[in-house]
Each structure stands twice: as structure tokens, then as C-alpha cells.
Ligand binder design. Structure first.
Ligand code: ZN
Length: 139
């Protein structure tokens, strides 16, 4: 465990959308991103896809219901930027570091996500930004 939560790079930026097929088609047509698989993640209440945008990625998130987390987000704020994901090494250790530093965590322990092993940090601790830690899982 270290005293700071060093970040490797921005892993992806999460974007909440109403229609993931339409959003993916838009990014392919306008920004020339490669095709990507849309995955249902029932436990998180979303259909999601990671798209390669230049040197980083966007994670498109379509809620499966208005009551899901992303559904409520869109209900309150509309479509748009949802979260920022930092790629880290040793996510379990980094979560302990953040706890020690007094940062509020949504996930007390890491779990499996679309982009690897993930955990969310509460936006009230990060200037209103819902922040996700990601540890890449080797292919
Ligand atoms: Zn994410």
C-alpha cells in the first residue's frame, strides 16, 4: 500500500445515452471509431460498450430502466458525461489508500466491470466527478 493513489492514465470516460445503438452509430460515422460489442450488464442496470477514440476510450452506457443508476442520472441531468475512469495498478491497495486519505468510496472492494476490475469513488470527494478506478485484466 502506498500513500498516494497514482494514476497510470485515463482509462475511459463514461457517457450516459438514451439509445446506445444510435450513439455507437454516431461515433462510428462522425468520429471514425471502430465497431464495438454492446454488452448487457444486468447487475449495473446498463447496456454498455467501450469504443476506441484516439488514444483513449469512451464507455457508452444505456440504462436498462429509468430506476437504474444511469437511468436516474439521465432523468435528472439528461444525456452526457457520467464518469471519469482512472487506470491504476493494484486497485485493492489503491482503495485502501483512498480510505486512509478520507476519500468517500461507493465500492468498498473491487468488482468486475466492462473495462476490467473496477471500483467507484463518490463524486462528493472529487469535485462532483463520479470517479472510477480500473485495473486492466490481462487478455
Ligand atoms: Zn466506466
Amino acid at each position: 500500500m502506498t500513500e498516494v493513489c497514482t494514476v497510470n492514465h485515463i482509462d475511459h470516460v463514461g457517457v450516459a445515452v438514451n439509445d446506445i445503438e444510435a450513439a455507437l452509430a454516431f461515433f462510428k460515422k462522425v468520429f471514425d471509431v471502430p465497431d464495438a460489442e454492446i454488452v448487457l450488464m444486468e447487475d449495473q442496470g446498463v447496456r454498455a460498450t467501450l469504443i476506441e477514440v484516439g488514444q483513449t476510450r469512451l464507455e457508452l452506457l444505456e440504462p436498462t430502466s429509468p430506476e437504474s443508476g444511469v437511468g436516474r442520472f439521465i432523468g435528472r441531468r439528461g444525456e452526457g458525461l457520467h464518469h471519469l475512469a482512472f487506470n491504476v495498478t493494484d486497485i485493492s491497495g489503491k482503495l485502501q489508500t483512498l480510505k486512509t486519505l478520507g476519500v468517500d468510496l461507493i465500492d468498498q472492494s473491487p468488482r468486475e466491470g466492462l473495462s476490467g476490475t473496477i471500483a467507484f469513488v463518490h463524486p462528493r470527494s472529487v469535485f462532483g466527478i463520479l470517479t472510477e478506478l480500473v485495473e486492466s485484466v490481462p487478455e
